[in-house]
Design a protein around this ligand. Sequence first.
Ligand code: NAD
Length: 476
Amino acid sequence: MYKDTRLFIDGTWRAGGEGKSEEVYNPANGGVLGTVAHASQKDLADAVAAAGAGFQVWRKTPGEQRAAVLRKTARLIADRSDTIAAIMTLEQGKPLAEAKGEMERVVETFDFNADAVAHIGGQNYDPPGGAFRQSVQPEPLGVAVGLTAWNFPAILPTRKLGPALAAGCSMILKASEETPCTAAELVQALHDAGLPRGVVNLVFGVPAEVSSYLLAAEPVRKVSFTGSVPVGKLLAGLAAPGLKRCTLELGGHAPAIVCEDADITAACAALTGFKFRNAGQVCIAPSRFYVHDRHYDTFVNAFVAAANSQKIGDGMDPNTTFGPMANARRIEAMEQITEDARARGAKVLTGGKRHGNQGHFWEPTVLTDVPDDAMVMTEEPFGPIAPISRFSELDEVIPKANSLPFGLAAYAFAGSSQTVDYLADQLEAGGVAINAVTPMRPDTPFGGMKDSGIGYEGGMEAIDSYMHKKLVSTGI
Ligand code: NAD
């Protein structure tokens, strides 16, 4: 089932021009799954040329046909989703049930973007005086570059491919070299659904080399990246000389506040479930917990019980609820974060160490008595570590929740409608969920504030971000 991943350029799969490749590993056992080809400069130049030619074809393709290709892609992916989910679990580690859930979101997202094509439209204006008419005509920007991380190998590329193709742009996708085969399956489905050659191209390589080449290329008019804040800022810098538009979906460090009047049973169930999903490698995962004194002991006990009840193992085992971390870098980060907290006086109630002697497993970890300046409270942990703090007054916790440069997601559990409204107003985050841990959906826009990003993915807003609105004025 698992294949070596090649480059997809101008409608054809090919090896890297200089014969370079790297190995892809299974994070559950460290075994080599296959290889991923690296693009040479010539391959990247070919991808840019193909995407330029593909754009000229796709921008003139009627909307109904663009929608039909996206809809067919959704059906093909639905048919293949068990296979793609297994590929995802092999290369990324998440439990198979989570991978299958991610594939359902991929199908919904292609379907949403197919339907949304019909809603792309211009607008007419009749300025006073009657001397001329004006219309706003949306046009696709051109060649877009999509760059995606490894934590959601299927939905992250889909949230770029779907709206770019709906808008009429072509795309060069550089998915993560650590999870390449899942992305290749998506691209194959688009090809099989009848997407004209050149409209989507898939490349891999040394990320900094690929992005600096592609963002400097003249036909490229747009970049959309999902990944860490430092890389997002680097890419914004690369995009600046050519004033290429950016959508940046970056990291977060979501506070979760449990108020005095919260339904504590619901809060515990929702937050423990979300925290340990994908071994905590989720940009919107709750990652700093502030719990009112009244519920503190109950909440801590529930978190420890949830951590201890995880079935840790290979994601391919149907009994597994908690898989490995995606790569060795995350284990090193978990060690560093935990040691820093310990050194500052935190208590490790459970976990806090590697699990087993093969693969990249880290035990679900619960920390208490963590000072606010500990690394786990200030840097995105991107892992299954839950630091839990207590508070007495809501007004003292809001400034803490808003104190970091991040502003991606925030969660709260509260009873009274006044408190719910107050929290929704006060929390500085691109998405605030109260008495819920709402996932991102294909039809709603989501984007970060502050260092967490620029622009939106999802909804018509995502399609708009791949379009220019041309103002046409016509004298009468
Ligand atoms: P990283 O920042 O080096 O890489 C993140 C992603 O960006 C990877 O897929 C990588 O291939 C890509 N990348 C790196 N440098 C690039 C460049 N110059 N040009 C283009 N793409 C580039 O770090 P990492 O070790 O893979 O992940 C660590 C951190 O990244 C995590 O702690 C987390 O904060 C963040 N992250 C965030 C998300 C998200 O969804 N917001 C996803 C994955 C990782």
